[in-house]
Structures are given as C-alpha cells and as structure tokens.
Design a protein around this ligand. Structure first.
Ligand code: NI
Length: 190
C-alpha cells in the first residue's frame, strides 16, 4: 500500500543504508495473480530479502509491501504504519495468517504500489488478530486496528493473488486492467 504522505527518510535511510532497492512489478504482470508459497526456513537470505523489501517500501513510499510485488512468490510481507511524528516501526511478517476478523467494519481508500494511480474505497474488518513468524523464526501474534489492520489484510490478499481492483465492479475492474495493458505496451494515453 502506498503512503498518503511523503515519509521522512532522514532516519530511515541511514538505518537502511546497507540494503538494496528492488523493482516493484505492476499490473498486468501475471505473477500478481499467483498464490505465494509458505516459507519453510527463516535464514539470512530471507532476512536480507525482508530488509530490501523494507527499503523498497520506504523509498516508494509505502506502508506495506508483499514479496510477490518484487516478483518473489513467498509468503512474506513488510509493513510500517507509524505516523509522521513517530519513529519508524518496521514489521516483518513471515507466513502471516489472519486468525480473527472483528465484526466492526471500516472503509479506507486504498492504493497499491503495483497499481499506480488507482484508489479504491474498501470496507474491511476494523480490527484483526494476525499470527506470523518473525525475523528470528519465532511465532508471534498481533492484534491490529486502524491503518495497520487494513494494511495487513491488503498485503495478505497479495499473497493469495487478490488485488484491490477485485473490490470493484467487473466493468470498472476490466477498464483498469485494459488501461494497464495498454500502458505496458507503451501505448500510453495522456
Ligand atoms: Ni498492494
């Protein structure tokens, strides 16, 4: 998910200086529709990928990124929904699994770094419980609400090949896909 404000990278860029920026794939890349595979081993290679994804996300700037968005079909997501005045609080979730969805719903206007310029009003449960494995290989459980609850659901959708345009009517969805297919061919409209 993209950030709706520009993120101050002063602190973050120093901290993440050893990392590498990855390329974000966009619609209509067919990988975005595939289901990502569970991760069986948490090792240095995976931690490096998570760090690189965080740098890519901060650079975009975004508040969430799934591994599939950098072309890697593994169940790994990174997030940071800290507010502007707060210090960065990066979250790495391996094999995230939403265990509980609250009954109260909340609508956010969501965007997606893989579908630039498109925003969709999406109603989702306002609070959730998510289980995951952390960077040290330890199981964790987190209760989330607000923007974090939305971002986790958005990124977990990516792991299942689901995109924000799936919340649109079929007609509107087809229009968006068509536009991105045209752009991919270099036939860009003004
Ligand atoms: Ni997205």
């Amino acid at each position: 998910m993209p950030a709706r404000r520009s993120i101050d990278l002063q602190g973050a860029s120093t901290y993440f200086s050893a990392m590498a920026k990855l390329e974000i794939i966009t619609l209509p890349d067919p990988k975005l529709r595939q289901v990502s595979a569970p991760i069986e081993r948490v090792d240095d290679e995976l931690r490096k990928l998570a760090d690189d994804m965080l740098e890519t996300m901060y650079d975009a700037p975004g508040v969430g990124l799934a591994a599939v968005q950098v072309g890697i079909l593994k169940r790994l997501i990174v997030l940071d929904t800290a507010k502007e005045e707060e210090p960065p609080s990066p979250l790495v979730m391996i094999n995230p699994e939403i265990r509980h969805l609250g009954s109260e719903m909340r609508t956010y206007e969501e965007g997606c770094l893989s579908i630039p310029e498109v925003r969709v009003d999406i109603e989702r449960p306002a609070d959730i419980v998510v289980g995951y494995i952390d960077k040290d290989g330890k199981p964790q459980e987190l209760k989330a609400d607000g923007l974090l609850a939305t971002a986790v659901q958005h990124e977990v959708d990516h792991l299942n090949g689901r995109l924000i345009i799936d919340f649109l009517s079929r007609l509107k969805r087809d229009m968006v896909v068509k536009r991105f297919k045209k752009q991919a061919k270099g036939d860009v409209e003004a």
